[in-house]
Design a protein around this ligand. Structure first.
Ligand code: GTP
Ligand code: MG
Length: 201
C-alpha cells in the first residue's frame, strides 16, 4: 500500500541524485507514452509528476520518495523529433549515464503505447539495456484507448515480434493510468523486489 509519496528533487546528472541508500525504480519510454501519468496513478495523486498532452514535458531525472522506503523516478522521454539535436544528445547522455551508474536501480520499466506496432527506437533501446545488463520490464500503456480484443491481439503480436530477436521476453504489465488498471501488479512486483535490495555501505 502506498501511504505517502513526495517529490524530492529534479537532477540533471545521476551524480546529483539522492544518496543511493534506498531501492529505486525508473520509468522510461518515448515522449508522451504516459510515464508521468503512470507514476501519478500508482501513487494516487493527480499532479505529483508533471503531465502534458504535448510530448517533451519531463526534462530531468525526477525522484519521488514512496512510504519513506523506496524511490520512483520519472525520466525524460526519447524519440521526440521537435527538440534540437544538442538537447536530444544531452537527454540521452543524462539518462544513459543514470541507467548505467545508478547503483540502487532495481529495475527499469520501459513503457510502450499499446496501440502502436513495435517501434525500432524501442527495440534498439531494449537491446542496449540487455547489453548493458540493466534489468527491465515492459509496461504497455493507454490500454483504455483500445477494446479488449485489440489489447490481447496487439500484445500477442508484440510478443511474436520480439520472439524473433529475443531469447527470452521480459515480463510485461498492461496498464491504463486513466482506468487505473495494472497498477497493483506493478506495486506487488516492487514490494517483492524491494526485499532483494542490499544496501551498499
Ligand atoms: P514526456 O514527459 O513528454 O516524455 O511524456 P510522458 O511519457 O511523461 O507522458 P504523460 O504522462 O505526460 O502523458 C502524455 C499524454 O498521454 C497526456 O495527455 C496524458 O493524459 C495521456 N495519457 C497518459 N496515460 C494515459 C492512459 O493510460 N490513458 C489515456 N487515455 N491517456 C493517457
Ligand atoms: Mg513525463
Amino acid at each position: 500500500m502506498i501511504k505517502n509519496a513526495k517529490f524530492i528533487i529534479s537532477s540533471t546528472d545521476y551524480k546529483k541524485c539522492p544518496q543511493p541508500t534506498l531501492p529505486e525504480y525508473a520509468f522510461i519510454g518515448r515522449s508522451n507514452v504516459g510515464k508521468s501519468s503512470l507514476i501519478n496513478s500508482i501513487v494516487n495523486q493527480k499532479n505529483l509528476a508533471k503531465v502534458s498532452s504535448k510530448p517533451g514535458k519531463t526534462q530531468l531525472i525526477n525522484h519521488f520518495l514512496i512510504n519513506d522506503k523506496w524511490y520512483l523516478v520519472d525520466l525524460p522521454g526519447f524519440g521526440y523529433a521537435k527538440i534540437s539535436k544538442t538537447k536530444r544528445q544531452e537527454f540521452q547522455k543524462m539518462t544513459s549515464n543514470y541507467l548505467s551508474y545508478r547503483d540502487n536501480l532495481m529495475c527499469l520499466f520501459v513503457l510502450i503505447d499499446l496501440r502502436l506496432k513495435p517501434q525500432i527506437i524501442d527495440q534498439n533501446f531494449m537491446q542496449w539495456l540487455a547489453i548493458a545488463k540493466i534489468p527491465f520490464k515492459i509496461v504497455f500503456t493507454k490500454s483504455d484507448k483500445v477494446n479488449k480484443n485489440s489489447v490481447t491481439k496487439n500484445i500477442k503480436k508484440y510478443k511474436e515480434y520480439m520472439r524473433k530477436e529475443w531469447e527470452e521476453i521480459p515480463e510485461i504489465f498492461i496498464t491504463s493510468s486513466l482506468k487505473k488498471t495494472g497498477l497493483i501488479e506493478i506495486e506487488n512486483f516492487i514490494n517483492q523486489t524491494n526485499k532483494l535490495f542490499i544496501k551498499n555501505s
